[in-house]
Design a protein around this ligand. Structure first.
Ligand code: ZN
Length: 65
């Protein structure tokens, strides 16, 4: 058995800015609504990504700023 490297671990992050700093609220007709505390994204979708992917999203986001 291999040890999991933290770099390869999938974590849920905001699809807009790549921040793992997300909250979710349950309720309403669509069920779960995620709220990113970093960029104020609100929506039903988050992505599962590994560190490399997250870094790419963050880089992209910073370019748009
Ligand atoms: Zn965000």
């Amino acid at each position: 058995m291999n040890n999991y490297l933290s770099d390869k671990q999938l974590i849920e992050v905001c699809p807009v800015c790549g921040s793992p700093n997300i909250d979710y609220e349950v309720g309403g007709y669509i069920g779960k609504v995620y709220h990113c505390k970093n960029c104020n994204y609100t929506g039903a979708l988050v992505i599962e990504a590994e560190k490399e992917m997250i870094d790419a999203i963050k880089e992209d986001f910073e370019k748009k700023e």
